[in-house]
Design a protein. Structure first.
Length: 422
């Protein structure tokens, strides 16, 4: 049995303010529970978890309210291609103080800078050789106030200003009004600390996906498998599909393309990006064993039932079948993630027929959704009425569609453990 805590996910979020004390950005922090802080044993995995939770599980708009996101990056993650999938206009990569300014690190920071990313140096307390080498590549320098006297802080600011006049200075660990006023006089632009706000906890509900499915996808992508093979792996995984939709939106890849099918999800992300996101999900996922969520299985089964019904209704219309699967799967997302349907659909560029079916029950896809819901609820009067509206879909055909969906759902229920079950 799954316990409730296994479904919860958390992201710490601390405000970053401007000189007018108005909100400018958030730093996203790793949290593994409801405690106000977390013990980080693996920095790269912690950051990967933050990225997955913020940009996939919660959806960026929910976690950030449209503000910039500061994310800690250690040496391992700095060299990962995963970073290049993040929305470069809204993410600031904080290079941790533990990252040495080797030639390789400088070259990597230069590459990220030229690719349009904003970099920040974290926890600077001295103008040393490392700071001097990385300073030309960063937009923000975060200065830790705690270990510095007033004189040391003033001297450090002068050194940084002389070397990089246009860099933004961010005072972190501001704990008193006196510190804030002193930093204002020194020309700091951004401020973070307990004087303004402690980190708050953003909580959500995790969408399960199995490590088995992620590993299968990785192998298929590595073998350059056909998109139909990738689709077959994604179909039993509504949580994974929803996360990939959100990731595509966060990365900005889907700005000009609507999504009608799982094949569209693959094409919107692109194979290289899909592979990177799967790597990130594998890195962030812990491998606790358990059974798949019944609600996730129900979402997949509803999608398959609607797909099969659409295939019987219009055998030569694969677009209708693809859309039917998407509507069936997405229709249970409010219950799965604990968010209103409008909030879930807002950031996603779903095709109008899919969006309207989900929001208003409109069109043929909306009618098929009502038929599937009536079938699940055992509402035979509503089923009969819905079938009468489809002169080409007989009760016998719908019974065959139900049998196909049940057989498929039974098969995936046996083979797909959820990585986030307890």
């Amino acid at each position: 049995m799954r316990n409730d805590s296994s479904e919860a996910l958390f992201v710490g979020r601390q405000p970053i303010l401007g000189r007018d004390q108005q909100l400018r950005a958030y730093e996203l922090l790793f949290r593994n529970g409801q405690a106000p802080c977390a013990e980080v044993l693996d920095g790269a995995q912690a950051t990967a978890t933050v990225i997955v939770n913020a940009f996939a599980e919660l959806g960026m708009s929910h976690a950030l309210d449209g503000r910039e996101a500061y994310i800690n990056v250690d040496a391992e993650l700095l060299f990962s291609d995963v970073l290049e999938l993040l929305p470069r206009q809204t993410v600031v990569l904080e290079v941790l103080e533990s990252v040495p300014a080797t030639a390789a690190v400088v070259q990597r920071c230069l590459h990220l800078h030229e690719a349009g990313f904003s970099l920040a140096l974290d926890d600077v307390v001295a103008f040393d050789a490392r700071t001097a080498r990385l300073l030309p590549l960063v937009r923000v320098v975060k200065i830790d106030l705690l270990p510095l006297s007033d004189a040391q802080l003033a001297a450090l600011v002068l050194q940084i200003r002389a070397a990089a006049p246009n860099v933004l200075l961010l005072a972190e660990k501001v704990e008193t009004r006196t510190q804030f006023d002193a930093c204002l006089r020194l020309g700091f632009s951004l401020f973070q600390g307990y004087h303004f706000a402690r980190p708050t906890l953003i909580a959500g509900r995790r969408l399960g996906h199995s490590q088995q499915a992620l590993m299968r996808l990785m192998g298929q992508l590595g073998a350059d498998a056909d998109s139909s093979v990738l689709e077959a792996t994604l179909k039993p995984e509504p949580g994974l599909t929803m996360n990939l939709l959100r990731m595509a939106n966060a990365a900005g890849s889907g700005a000009t393309r609507t999504v009608t099918s799982l094949r569209d999800v693959i094409q919107v992300l692109g194979r290289r990006h899909l592979q990177r996101w799967v790597q990130l999900l594998l890195f962030a996922t812990d491998a606790r064993a358990g059974r798949a969520s019944p609600l996730l299985l129900m979402a997949a089964a509803r999608g398959r039932l609607m797909e099969a019904a659409a295939q019987h209704l219009r055998p030569n219309d694969p677009h209708l079948a693809d859309g039917a699967f998407m509507v069936g799967m997405m229709s249970l997302m409010p219950a799965l993630v604990g968010m209103p349907l409008a909030d879930i659909l807002g950031p996603l560029r779903l095709a109008p027929a899919i969006d309207e079916a989900l929001r208003d029950g409109a069109g043929l896809l909306g009618e098929l959704l009502r038929l599937a819901e009536a079938s699940e609820n055992g509402d035979f009067d509503s089923m009969a009425q819905a079938l009468r509206t489809h002169s080409r879909l007989s009760p016998a055909q719908f019974n065959r569609a139900q049998a196909e969906a049940l057989q498929w759902a039974h098969a995936i229920g046996r083979e797909a453990p959820a990585a986030d079950a307890a």
